[in-house]
Design a protein around this ligand. Structure first.
Ligand SMILES: *Cc1c(COP(=O)(O)O)cnc(C)c1O
Length: 424
């Protein structure tokens, strides 16, 4: 097997430099653990940006993958296949929608949602052609296509990739007044929002923001579009972040007042438990029916291998009660980090929901402090990555036990306290 040094050197020499990874090479994963080629074991506190909520190489998902891989992998949608329908029924029931449109990556699903919203605007709302506008939020992250980066305000994501796609209005996140103001426009067709802004640094909005936003959208006959690619699939302690305080795993009467049903729901990442790229857009018939044969699609979208994997991945979420586990462990994690904050001035804020949490480091976003702490965490056997300079996101697989979590808490506390002492 290649050594870590050799693997890094190959990537440096032959791969485009479109990422800046922490210098650790992973060669094996199992549950909450990953290993490097030299055999050192780490707790994974990124979970591939919340794609492996079910843990690395979950046997139920891997078995589904293996079995289907030996049977049928791809048919294209030129023909029916015998798995897609089962997947579609399953997902519609779990998430409470009438229709689903399967794609592969998150960005493709966001693109799909934008296209559906625009078509709905012209065909159902009567907005003049090419005039539809979609409201988005500052500091959003929805993916990397040319249209999506057109409404990003991260210069790295957008600079020198123009010309940009028009038709988007940007407002402040978690500002209901600004949303109401923007909704006054005649041609506003949708509001695209992350229920918690993950990449921006785990920004949790006010408890009633999503509900109020969805009510306002309803009032203005505008589609409320939730990008739950990172927050969905049990990550924040409920099946979806829009479920609020409901802890069931779907297929239920959700509690009115807590559950905010989006008009369009976007899923990806953990929908397939990290084993195969599967994303999807869900909506009811009155919206999804604007898409007719030939108007949208993808060669791999809805393939038997991916859909079988997704069915198994969702079974794991339900069977192992991962939403409940995320909710319970998340509370413990945040209270332990609050305890650290009270003892160590290097910790500025602690925030999050379920097992999507962040610790903000008390230093300038331009400093390397958060990166340096992540390097120390790595040495101490725990992998996390800074986002936006001085914020460290902590998002372990949801299959973690309380005992493992407490071991991780002690690694994090010890590392940050020692780092602080050594830098004083
Ligand atoms: C990761 C992510 C995406 C993009 O998904 P890809 O599979 O990387 O294209 C979109 N929206 C959110 C909220 C994400 O976290």
């Amino acid at each position: 097997m290649l050594s870590s040094k050799e693997a890094i050197s190959l990537e440096d020499n032959y791969g485009a430099h479109n990422y800046h990874p922490l210098p650790v090479v992973l060669s094996k994963g199992d549950g909450v653990y990953v290993w490097d080629p030299e055999g050192k074991r780490y707790f994974d506190f990124l979970s591939a940006y919340s794609a492996v909520n079910q843990g690395h190489c979950h046997p139920h998902i891997v078995n589904a993958l293996k079995e289907q891989a030996e049977t049928l992998t791809l048919t294209s949608r030129a023909f029916y296949n015998n798995v897609l329908g089962e997947f579609e029924k399953n997902m519609c029931e779990i998430f409470g929608f009438e229709k689903i449109l399967p794609m592969n990556t998150g960005a493709e699903a966001v693109e799909t949602a934008i296209k559906i919203c625009r078509k709905w605007a012209y065909e159902k709302r009567g907005i003049p052609e090419n005039e539809a506008q979609i409201i988005v939020c500052e500091n959003n992250f929805h993916g990397r296509t040319t249209t999506i980066i057109s409404f990003s305000n991260d210069p790295d994501a957008s600079k020198n990739f123009g010309p940009y796609t028009p038709g988007f209005i940007k407002i402040e996140y978690n500002n209901i007044d600004k949303l109401e103001e923007a909704l006054q426009g005649d041609n506003v067709a949708g509001f695209l929002v992350e229920p918690i802004q993950g990449e921006a640094g785990v920004m949790v909005p006010d408890a009633d923001f999503l509900h109020k936003a969805s009510e306002l959208c309803k009032k203005h006959n505008t589609l409320f579009i939730a990008d739950e690619i990172q927050t969905g699939i049990a990550r924040t302690g409920s099946l979806l972040a829009v479920c609020g305080d409901c802890t069931c795993e779907g297929s239920c009467e959700r509690q009115p007042g807590t559950y905010t049903k989006p008009d369009i729901l976007i899923l990806g990442k953990a929908l397939s438990g990290g084993a195969y790229p599967v994303s999807a857009v869900l909506a009811d018939d009155n919206i999804m029916e604007v898409i007719k044969p030939g108007q949208h699609g993808s060669t791999y979208g809805g393939n038997p291998l991916g859909t079988k994997v997704a069915i198994a991945a969702m079974e794991v979420i339900e069977n192992e009660k991962l939403a409940q586990n995320a909710r319970r462990l998340g509370k413990i994690f945040r209270s332990e980090m609050e305890d650290l904050k009270s003892k160590c001035s290097l910790v500025k804020t602690v925030r999050g929901k379920g097992l999507l949490n962040a610790v903000e480091i008390n230093d300038s976003p331009d400093s390397s402090t958060a990166w340096d702490i992540c390097m120390k965490l790595k040495e101490n056997g725990l992998l996390a990555k800074p986002t936006h300079g001085n914020i460290i996101r902590f998002a372990p697989p949801l299959v973690m036990t309380e005992k493992q979590l407490m071991e991780c808490v002690s690694i994090i506390k010890k590392t940050i306290v020692e780092f602080h002492e050594n830098s004083n």
